[in-house]
Design a protein around this ligand. Structure first.
Ligand code: ATP
Ligand code: MG
Ligand code: MG
Ligand code: MG
Length: 563
């Protein structure tokens, strides 16, 4: 590809509404453009990277004998009525009517459609096990789309579904899929961790999430420093060994406060706790006029019930303060010691923000993890004070906390959908058997952003080879003034293309400085610089985007150096 025939679209300035580095760099490198909240156009550079992710995902799915299909994004409501999810799925489900006033929805996931396909196409145990997958656009009307394609409303997912006669067969496919996921994230050059996960609204028994580790991650994961044990914090909490002492319980007192009243309310707390709250308040709001609802949480070992109250002002269907979440918070954040703390809900903005903070024997804590999506920029360091050092549930090592971006999620669904939708076959003995199912998602478009979170420097993106929009770029110095530079670059361009290397030829009439800045921003892993001076010796200059010294290469060695 020649730059002069390409759409590079780089930006010098960092767009002010982009909070995290991957969002900033995707905009600056000209990979995506916003259309509306959570909706993006992928430009040529962005699409090239997206396709690279798809390629690796597709190859690894095919390697475990999953068959590719393509299901419609628009789905009829009647199938969702059959599964029960037309009622159960919250406002993330975008419902719509066609011209005949029939109900439809934009697919956030495809269990119903695949179940409909399989119950019609599969009739005998001989056709099993069967795994089908697609790489396709999903729509979820996220309450707070943000961070660019990281949490979009329309996004690309790989979703696979497997069908089995027995639990053993499902377990086998699940294990294979787990391994395939590990290979995918390894090939994509990502630092990732599989973690034990909750099955959430999709339902089912066993589940793992795959997280790319990054400080901007919206999830917190707990892992052992001495074994492979890792779980998302909800599960770490649920699986934690019970200590001799009864679990602490909490009592909530609600205070609605403004300005000075806040200081008065905080007075009984320790200095550390006050500090923590002030810090939370500062984070929670850009608006000094904001009203805060404070819920004072006290650990009480004498009580054996948890009292949770929802504030009447919290009209949102999100149960910010339901018992489950409180249980999660107190167990995760108190450990075996008593604590005092605060839970703060800021409902001054359209989106509810809530944070928990406090002080205990282990130090100050401050988090909103698993309460809402708004506390994600809270530093891991703050969490460390609290959770780190509970013994690991696996019996080896201590628990540590890291932030993660959920890039994949696999579930053993069991018979949740196949029972509801009557997906079955005739078994070997001629009996009708309901199938058992697995489902396996990967956030294809989210991976692009997650990879940038892990691979960048202050000049731009540093793509791992398997993800880069181009593997190499040819940067000729003042080509328009030097026939020799032009000729050599053309020759190298042809040779690299012949060798199957995805190469960009920066043939723009730009100053070298502009070319370097653009190519570093876009993040092409290998740079070849062609200049008069080196040509005198029959050489060109090689530089890796990851840094390191510039290397002189003889013109004839360029292709082999890049292979
Ligand atoms: P999250 O917890 O981030 O909301 P999820 O658990 O709702 O994700 P799943 O239903 O497990 O998502 O979907 C499979 C994968 O799709 C996720 O692991 C994630 O990588 C991706 N994904 C989910 N929601 C989004 C989104 N809004 N934007 C981009 N990718 C997403
Ligand atoms: Mg979600
Ligand atoms: Mg999730
Ligand atoms: Mg998930």
């Amino acid at each position: 590809m020649r730059s002069s025939q390409y759409l590079l679209s780089t930006l010098k300035e960092t767009p002010s509404d982009a909070e995290i580095i991957s969002h900033q760099l995707m905009l600056r490198a000209g990979m995506i453009r916003k259309v509306a909240s959570g909706l993006y156009t992928w430009t040529p550079s962005g699409l090239r990277v997206l396709r690279k992710v798809e390629k690796v995902v597709r190859e690894e799915m095919e390697a475990v004998n999953a068959l590719e299909i393509l299901m419609p994004m628009v789905q009829p409501a009647d199938l969702w009525q059959e599964s029960g999810r037309w009622e159960d799925y919250g406002p993330e489900l975008l419902r719509l009517k066609d011209r005949h006033q029939r109900d439809f929805l934009l697919g956030p996931t495809h269990e119903e459609i695949i179940s409909e396909l399989v119950r019609k196409e599969i009739s005998s145990y001989k056709q099993l096990p069967l795994t089908l997958f697609q790489i396709q656009t999903k729509f979820r009307d996220e309450i707070r789309p943000r961070f660019g394609v990281m949490r979009a409303r329309e996004f690309v997912m790989k979703d696979a579904y497997s069908f089995h006669l027995t639990q053993e067969s499902l377990q086998q496919a699940y294990d294979q899929m787990y391994q395939a996921y590990c290979r995918i994230f390894e090939r994509l050059g990502l630092d990732y961790r599989p973690v034990i996960a909750d099955t959430g609204s999709i339902g089912g028994h066993s589940s793992h999430e795959f997280h790319v580790l990054a400080s901007s991650g919206e999830d917190a994961i707990a892992f052992s420093d001495q074994s492979d044990y890792a779980a998302n914090v909800e599960m770490a909490e649920a699986l934690a060994p019970t200590t001799e002492r009864a679990a602490p319980t909490m009592e909530l007192q609600r205070h609605d406060v403004k300005g000075d009243d806040l200081a008065a309310l905080l007075q009984p707390l320790s200095v550390d706790a006050q500090q923590a709250v002030k810090c939370v308040v500062a984070q929670a709001s850009d608006n000094v006029e904001a009203e805060y609802v404070l819920l004072v949480v006290r650990a009480d070992h004498e009580l054996n019930t948890i009292k949770a109250e929802k504030h009447p002002a919290v009209a949102s269907p999100i149960n910010l303060l339901d018992n489950h979440k409180l249980t999660g918070v107190h167990s995760v954040f108190t450990g075996p010691t008593q604590f005092d703390g605060l839970v703060i809900a800021d409902h001054s903005a359209a989106n509810l923000a809530d944070f928990a903070c406090g002080a205990g024997e282990n130090g100050v804590w401050l988090t909103g993890v698993n309460w809402s999506r708004d506390a994600t920029l809270t530093e891991v360091a703050d969490l460390r004070n609290v959770v780190e050092g509970d013994p690991s549930p696996c019996g080896q090592g201590q628990i540590k906390i890291a932030r993660g971006i959920e890039v994949g999620h696999i579930f053993q669904l069991g018979k949740k959908y196949s029972d509801a939708m009557k997906v079955g076959v005739l078994s070997e003995t001629g009996k009708h058997e309901t199938l058992t199912m697995g489902c396996y998602g990967i956030g294809v478009s989210r991976i692009v952003a997650a990879a940038i979170e892990q691979h960048h420097d202050d000049r731009g993106i540093q793509w791992p080879d398997n993800l880069a929009p181009f593997q190499a770029v040819l940067i000729p110095m003042n080509m328009h003034k030097s026939a020799r530079v032009q000729e050599t670059t053309e020759k190298l361009y042809a040779a690299l293309q012949d060798a199957g290397i995805d190469v960009l030829f920066d043939d723009r009439k730009e100053r070298p400085g502009v070319m370097f800045t653009d190519m570093e921003l876009v993040g092409i892993p290998h740079q070849i610089v062609i200049g008069e001076r080196n040509l005198d010796e029959g050489m060109v200059e090689y530089q890796s985007r990851k840094g390191g010294d510039k290397v002189k290469l003889s013109i004839d060695d360029v292709v082999s150096h890049l292979q």
